[in-house]
Design a protein around this ligand. Structure first.
Ligand SMILES: [Zn+2]
Length: 251
């Protein structure tokens, strides 16, 4: 790995691991099944955080897209050929956690609402009705230390912010047609939460208190952030494990 590349990787990593939300998985108490990481997944999450490769012995190229892994040891968190596999499940687990806790808080939630637009088949991840507010949510998880993001990752949460801006552009017409607010829910692979994601979590927690939910504001905050944080790290680990085993058979 070249000197500059190593410096860029390290400076980006130090920023991403200190971003708001990036240590949520470390602070999680495994009080619910969704808050548990297996030993193996926990180790991989820690290796990512510490800037270590997923495994001590690594292949040089990705078996799916043939990119060099030498300079991008967590390639399977962004591989274009494989991201539709385990990374989609990581996304879905986050989306389900969000839907579950919004229901606990007393909001009305609809997963992947269809037929919102007559022009195209655009479908956000979640629709929330919170009293008079109609909110469309789209979850996106980005890997800030991959080669294409490493430059913007020199600013904290810029990768998440950029992903939010892209989603806002994609959904602006639909939100307007529906008289809805569009909220991008971007998370970085290291756990950092975009401002819009943090404020939605807070809003859901406040909603619980205001609507006399059986769950307190603090419970919703803690359990929702913990299950999202664990879902991201679990998803990373599953993607890395299956990426490397697929790589081993096809390389
Ligand atoms: Zn690849």
């Amino acid at each position: 790995m070249g000197y500059n590349r190593t410096v860029n990787q390290t400076s980006a990593r130090l920023l991403v691991v200190s971003a708001p939300g990036a240590s949520n998985w470390l602070k999680t108490i495994p009080s619910l099944p969704s808050h548990v990481l297996t030993d193996n997944h926990y180790q991989l999450a820690m290796r990512l955080r510490l800037g270590l490769p997923a495994f001590n012995i690594m292949r040089q190229h990705c078996g799916a897209c043939n990119s060099s892994i030498t300079n991008d040891p967590w390639h399977y968190l962004s591989c274009v050929q494989r991201r539709k596999n385990e990374l989609n499940m990581r996304h879905d687990q986050v989306n389900r956690a969000l839907a579950l806790y919004t229901l606990h808080a007393g909001c009305v939630a609809r997963l992947e609402p269809s037929s919102l637009s007559d022009e195209n088949r655009l479908r956000p991840d979640l629709q929330l009705i919170m009293d008079q507010f109609n909110k469309l949510i789209d979850v996106t998880i980005v890997h800030p230390t991959c080669p294409s993001h490493i430059k913007q990752a020199q600013t904290q949460l810029k990768t998440a912010k950029y992903a939010c801006d892209q989603k806002i552009q994609k959904y602006s017409n639909l939100a307007q047609q529906q008289s809805a607010d569009f909220i991008p829910f971007a998370i970085e692979s290291y756990g950092g939460l975009s401002e819009s994601a943090s404020s939605l979590i807070n809003e859901i927690a406040v909603f619980a208190t205001e609507h006399l939910s059986a769950w307190s504001k603090e419970e919703i905050m803690t359990d929702l952030t913990s299950s999202i944080a664990c879902a991201v790290q679990r998803g990373n680990a599953i993607a890395a494990l299956s990426g490397y085993s697929a790589c081993a058979t096809s390389a």
